[in-house]
Design a binder for this molecule. Structure first.
Ligand code: KG4
Ligand code: ZN
Length: 339
């Protein structure tokens, strides 16, 4: 089965074609960074309007790149939540209209299930069961994954998501939106020994996380110094080290507690090079395998939605007539696909 995937949950328009027999055939992402940069964050209404503008062209491009005609597409998957409702509704309406016109089933996909399954798009995909660290702009979760649709949240952030903390600290550092990659680039030039930030919630048992205190710590450190380039780079490095270390500690704890043999990392912060390297080292020490998607499939994209959709559409899933986009949607509500 060949599935067209559409992602419009936030500020990236992603479209892809995934084929159950041949893998990912084509994917394209349009980033709205330029639109939102002057506001320092995502403006939901502008995001929705740009998705409307971009989708038709992107779909045409991806169909051509994958050498697919509409008759080759057996189903359409679109992100139905969680995310910005207006933005989600654009992909939902567009995806369902295409499916109706083509006479194929449509299915709303959970955005975090997309992230969670993204490593399956790589050569040598992980085998079930595994531990997933989902680190995006809206979520930071440790998930026990039994199979597609069988998810147990083992721990999650009690406040800010890791990506949100990256973005907020980047703003404090005077970096442009989107902050995560900019902060990581600045941290490259930082001295790891100058400041030491706390590793939140690592001194007590459990797998929950907290990142909002690091933002305050960064603010307090910043007001104490010169704010020149060197000082800002040192603060960026201390912050990044604290996030990476905290995630490593919690993932190690989760691997030991569950005995799961494999770790996967996905979501935008999963593109962070220092995090990828540190988690790979830790997993090796714990005797677990580690997989993560290439960075462009860690951040939002249509490929993960096409893949997750295919896992459900192929065994026959199809949405009822009534549909809606969901700003909030717990991953644990999902069920395995009907076989
Ligand atoms: O998964 P994603 O593309 O969108 C959401 O579902 O939220 O994640 C976006 C988040 C943003 O907070 C962004 O700053 C962060 O991922 N991010 C990074 C890096 N690349 C993206 N954070 C740290 N280092 C990076 N290299
Ligand atoms: Zn995402």
């Amino acid at each position: 089965m060949r599935v067209l995937g559409i992602e419009t949950s936030c500020d990236e328009t992603g479209v892809a074609v995934y084929d159950a027999a041949h893998g990912l055939l084509a994917h394209a992402v349009h980033s709205q960074v330029d639109i939102h940069a002057e506001f320092g964050g995502v403006v939901p209404e502008l995001a929705s309007r740009d998705h409307v503008r971009r989708l038709p062209r992107l779909v045409r491009r991806v169909l051509a790149a994958s050498d697919s005609r509409p008759g080759d597409i057996g189903g359409v998957a679109y992100t139905a939540g969680p995310g910005l409702v207006g933005a989600l509704l654009v992909g939902t309406a567009f995806g369902r209209s295409l499916a109706r016109a083509w006479g194929v089933p449509a299915l709303g996909v959970h955005h975090m299930e997309g992230h969670l399954l993204a490593p399956m798009l790589e050569p040598d995909p992980p085998a079930f069961p595994f531990l997933a660290l989902l680190v995006s702009g809206g979520h930071t979760q440790l998930v026990g994954v039994e199979a597609v649709g069988s998810y147990e949240i083992l721990g999650e952030s009690v406040d800010d998501a890791a990506g949100e903390a990256f973005d907020k600290v980047a703003t404090l550092l005077g970096l442009p939106y989107p902050g995560g990659p900019a902060l990581a680039a600045l941290a490259q030039r930082g001295d790891p020994g100058r400041f030491r930030f706390p590793r939140p919630m690592t001194d007590r048992p459990g797998l929950d996380l907290s990142f909002s205190g690091l933002k305050t710590f960064a603010l307090n450190t910043l007001v104490s110094g010169e704010r020149d380039e060197r000082f800002r780079a040192d603060v960026a490095r201390a912050f990044e080290d604290a996030v990476v270390d905290t995630l490593v500690i919690k993932c190690r704890r989760a691997l030991r507690a569950t005995g799961l043999p494999a770790l996967i990392i996905s979501g935008g912060v999963g593109a962070n090079r220092r995090l990828r390297a540190a988690l790979a080292d830790m997993a090796r020490e714990e005797g677990a395998t580690v997989s993560y998607p290439r960075p462009e499939l860690c951040t939002d994209n249509g490929a993960m939605i096409a893949y997750a959709g295919c896992c459900r559409l192929a065994p026959g899933a199809c949405e009822p007539r009534r549909f809606g986009a969901r700003a909030r949607w717990a991953l644990e509500e999902l069920k395995p696909p009907d076989g």
